[in-house]
Design a protein. Structure first.
Length: 321
């Protein structure tokens, strides 16, 4: 069986509903090895705890409840993501479970909305100690239509998607081990108008904040790294200036992609965040490779690579000396 036939066969199995009850995978199956990046984040907390931070799983499955177009598209996208995003997710879930780790997912759990992908997402999060932010792909009703990436577009599938996630995707906070994890929505390169006020209310709680979003936040270092290493010169991060984006190709600004331009609310939020001393870390994804760099005087930004290829950040939150 060649690779194409194998992928077709695999997706056909998915279409038959075989995967409906396969999270987590039973012991002894062929579970792929993860590429773990170990990280340590010192915080003013009393006891150490560990989290597995994964992102960008890009589940790409469809079954008889989905349209023929969605099923066909699933086959193509499965190949784009290496053929085994579900197996990589299963391996990650198992790893976190066996080590008793908190699971953090920072978006693009699914590649585009299908009944099958929503089921798999529900099963992945259900009954698990986890916290999650959304990604741009989580709201694509059908990949390949030319996403508009605005609030109207997000609303098409929002309720269905929100229903299978463990927490509110627009804004959530949860205190774990003395750390205030704060989720916010930046999936289409902009944030909500009231985010500064909501974030200030979290900072007033007096706990160290670990923020979770999807698209990385601008620093000059990250912009140069991304724009320099991507063939199209696009950085795919939040908060770059118009001047810095002047060389972006035209396609970035069609289909509503103009949201890569920094809105006034987004600029104000980033200005505030750079000065917010309660902020200690930002966890995100979207770029499909792991990276870390200083964001502000008090905070470092940690990007998890693509979980579809088995990448994961294992983070030890330790008491600061
Ligand atoms: Fe992604
Ligand atoms: Fe993304």
């Amino acid at each position: 069986m060649n690779r194409r036939e194998f992928l077709t066969h695999s997706a056909a199995i998915c279409s038959a509903g075989w995967l409906a009850n396969c999270l987590p995978a039973p012991a002894g199956e062929d579970i792929p090895e993860l590429k773990i990046t170990p990280l340590t984040i010192p915080l003013p907390i009393e006891r150490e705890f560990t989290a597995l931070h994964i992102s960008d799983t890009h589940l790409v499955y469809a079954d008889q409840r989905d349209s023929e177009r969605q099923r066909t598209h699933a086959l193509e996208r499965l190949e784009v993501f290496g053929g085994r995003p579900l197996e990589m997710l299963q391996a990650s879930l198992r790893y976190a479970e066996e080590k008793g780790e908190l699971l953090l997912h920072t978006g693009d759990m699914i590649d585009y909305v299908t009944a099958k992908n929503l089921d798999l997402t529900r099963e992945a999060f259900a009954g698990r100690d986890c916290f999650a932010s959304a990604g741009n792909h989580d709201f694509y009703p059908t990949q390949g239509d030319g996403p508009r990436e605005d609030e109207e577009y997000k609303a098409i599938a929002y309720d269905k998607v929100q229903a299978v996630f463990p927490n509110n995707l627009r804004f959530s906070s949860r205190v774990i081990g003395g750390v205030n994890f704060v989720v916010f929505d930046d999936v289409f390169y902009y944030v909500a108008d009231d985010l500064v006020d909501r974030f200030k209310a979290e900072a007033a709680k007096g706990l160290p904040i670990v923020a979770m979003c999807h698209c990385p936040l601008y620093t000059r270092e990250l912009f140069e790294y991304c724009a320099g290493s991507n063939r199209d010169g696009v950085a795919y991060i939040v908060g770059a200036s118009d001047e810095e984006m002047a060389h972006y190709p035209k396609w970035c600004f069609q289909w509503g992609y103009n949201e890569q331009r920094t809105t006034p609310a987004t600029g104000a939020f980033l200005d505030y965040l750079r000065e917010e001393k309660a902020l200690k870390a930002i966890l995100c994804g979207h770029l499909h490779f792991p990276w870390q760099g200083r964001f502000s005087e008090t905070a470092t930004q940690y990007i998890a690579g693509g979980n579809f290829s088995g990448q994961a950040n294992e983070i030890r939150f330790v008491p600061a000396a």
